[in-house]
Every structure is written in C-alpha cells, then in structure tokens.
Design a protein around this ligand. Structure first.
Ligand SMILES: [Zn+2]
Length: 120
C-alpha cells in the first residue's frame, strides 16, 4: 500500500468515526430524555446528606520575576476551604441531585399576648 493509499484509508476511518460519534451523541440524548421521563413519573422520597466540598490550599507562584508594574505580586498562599454542599438521593428511583444553594427558611413565631407589661 502506498503512503497516499494508507493516508486515504485513515482519512476515511476518521470520517467514519466522526459519524459514529454523532450517532452515539444522538443515542445519548434519547436515553437522557427517557431517563428524565422515568424520573418525572416518581413522586421522589429524598434522603438528604451534607456533602461538603473540600478545596485544597495551594501556593500561587504570583507574577514571574522581572515582571514590571506597580501591581506586581509575589508568591502567595491560597488557604484550603470547605464549601457547603448537599446531595439528595431518591429512595424510589435513585435520582441524585446536588446543590450549593441555600435559602433562608421563614419561620413565623408568635405567642399569646395578654396586654400586660412583661414581668420583671
Ligand atoms: Zn424518585
């Protein structure tokens, strides 16, 4: 086989692989839609767990030596931190969702008011 023939053969195979990728992506989309339909049928019984995300601290090298400018930064350390995150899994269908968002629960509290001055 000449080099030209070998190259042509590989080009054809690359093109065919590209078509397979497109077909598989379509299949993946179809399966994703089916999966969402399964999840939509469920009334979900969530089990919520606190699953914080840990980010390791590191040292940033800063600007390269010899870099000019008034805002030059040398090496500095970025401390490790923990980010709040929650994961919930449905006991019925196995759907898993994670979130880092929180909302403040509004709690309305009240007590009987007998219109007397408070006891001292
Ligand atoms: Zn469910």
């Amino acid at each position: 086989m000449s080099l030209k023939e070998e190259a042509e053969k590989l080009k054809t195979e690359i093109a065919n692989a590209g078509k397979e990728i497109v077909a598989l992506q379509e299949l993946q989309k179809t399966h994703n839609i089916s999966l969402e339909n399964v999840y939509a049928k469920c009334s979900h019984q969530w089990e919520i767990k606190y699953t914080p995300e840990h980010q390791k601290g590191y040292v940033s090298p800063g600007d390269a030596p010899g870099t000019m400018g008034i805002d030059w930064r040398g090496p500095f350390s970025v401390p490790s931190k923990t980010i709040d995150r929650w994961t919930r899994e449905c006991k019925c269908c196995g759907k898993i969702e994670t979130t880092k968002k929180v909302r403040v629960k509004e709690t309305e509290t009240y007590e009987p008011d007998f219109e007397k001055p408070p006891l001292k």
